[in-house]
Every structure is written in structure tokens, then in C-alpha cells.
Design a protein around this ligand. Structure first.
Ligand SMILES: Cc1cc2nc3c(=O)[nH]c(=O)nc-3n(C[C@H](O)[C@H](O)[C@H](O)COP(=O)(O)OP(=O)(O)OC[C@H]3O[C@@H](n4cnc5c(N)ncnc54)[C@H](O)[C@@H]3O)c2cc1C
Length: 170
């Protein structure tokens, strides 16, 4: 896995000790009135967002990966769990269609599952990195322009931009 967002998480592991100034440093210029994190919690931890950018094989023999284990992605498109659910649907179909009661057919069915998911997951995985992540983290006048554009578009048009994700069927 690689750390994509908090590149300054220096040590190995999922999280590291943090302090209130970390939050001020990261968000102070973006939020008009940054929350006083010190009042919320005495014990703070910093954690990174991890991705699995280069897929290896998703299955070996009768064992397969799905969800984050196969393709962890940045959360800006809010699709990590969605892709895990899609994986499960495709995996179940592959097993039903290509293995059935034949245990010997399971490895080939799992290979089909991995092969059929790859392009879709890669497309969804790229979306937050290229678009939403950049847009969500704009600051200053660009952030104001972004907010105005979203307001002008209205909820229906904003939602329609995600149709290519939500219109997927197994
Ligand atoms: C800040 C943030 C916001 C997000 N927002 C969204 C969102 O809005 N929509 C969306 O679709 N996705 C979102 N995601 C992504 C989503 O949370 C993940 O993609 C999803 O939880 C992956 O599910 P999973 O089952 O693959 O893995 P996990 O949810 O990580 O489940 C793996 C489980 O395995 C357990 N485990 C690990 N090792 C072992 C072991 N050795 N033995 C037994 N159990 C073990 C773990 O404890 C865990 O419970 C977000 C992620 C983040 C970080």
C-alpha cells in the first residue's frame, strides 16, 4: 500500500500521535473558524489515507481478494465500500455461472471475477485522485468559485455527474 494524502506520516503503521496544532496547520486556512480540537479530545492521532494503486493478481487458487484488500482508493468519490459491494455481486455471479457445484471450477471462476472487475475499479479509483480530491481541497478565491459553481449547478446536476458510477449493473 502507499500513503497518498498525509505524506508526512513519517513512521510505519496506520497512525501516529498527533496534537491540536496538526489540525490547525492542515485546516486553518480552509475553515473560517477551525474547530478547537483540544476541547474535543485530549488524545489525538494522525492517520494517513492509503491506496493500492497497482493491482496484482486478485486470486490465487481458491482464494480471492475483494474490496480494499484488492483496490483501496482515496475516499473523495466515496466509492470504496461501493466497489467492495460490486465486487461481491460479480464474485457471486462468477461462482454461480462458472463453478456451480464443481469445486474444481472455482479457481477459474475467481480469475474471471478479477478480470471482469479490473477496468471498472481502475476507472473509479482514478476519479477521486484526478477530480474530487483537487476540487475539495481548493482554498481562497478558488474555493469560493467552486462553492458558487456547485450552488449554481444545483443538487440534480451535481448528482448526475455520478451517473456513470451509480448506473452500473452486474
Ligand atoms: C475517511 C473515509 C471515508 C470513506 N467514505 C466512504 C463512502 O462515503 N462511501 C464508500 O463507499 N466508501 C467510503 N470509504 C471507503 C470504505 O470505508 C472502504 O472502502 C470499505 O470499508 C472497504 O471495505 P472492506 O470490507 O474491503 O475492508 P474493511 O472495511 O477494512 O474490512 C476489513 C475487515 O477485516 C478485518 N481484519 C483485518 N485483518 C484481519 C485478520 N487478520 N483477521 C480477521 N479480520 C481481519 C478488519 O478489522 C476489518 O473489519 C471511506 C474511507 C475512508 C477512510
Amino acid at each position: 500500500m502507499s500513503s497518498r494524502w498525509c505524506g508526512h506520516l513519517e513512521q510505519a503503521g496506520w497512525s501516529a500521535p498527533g496534537e491540536a496544532n496538526d489540525i490547525k496547520g492542515a485546516f486553518g486556512s480552509r475553515w473560517p473558524r477551525p474547530a478547537d480540537a483540544g476541547q474535543c479530545s485530549r488524545r489525538m492521532r494522525r492517520w494517513a489515507l492509503f491506496t493500492v494503486p497497482n493491482f496484482g493478481e486478485w486470486s490465487q487458487g481458491a482464494v480471492a481478494l475483494l474490496g480494499d484488500a484488492a483496490h483501496a482508493m482515496l475516499p473523495f468519490a466515496a466509492q470504496g465500500a461501493g466497489m467492495a459491494i460490486e465486487d461481491a455481486a460479480v464474485l457471486a455471479k462468477a461462482l454461480g455461472d462458472h463453478a456451480g457445484d464443481n469445486v474444481a471450477g472455482i479457481p477459474a471462476a475467481l480469475k474471471r471475477y478479477g478480470k471482469s472487475r479490473r477496468a471498472r475499479v481502475q476507472q473509479v479509483q482514478r476519479a477521486p485522485r484526478r477530480q474530487q480530491g483537487r476540487i475539495y481541497h481548493l482554498a481562497g478565491p478558488l474555493a469560493l468559485a467552486r462553492d458558487l459553481a456547485i450552488k449554481t449547478m444545483g443538487p440534480q446536476r451535481v448528482l448526475a455527474r455520478q451517473d456513470w458510477i451509480y448506473d452500473w449493473r452486474v
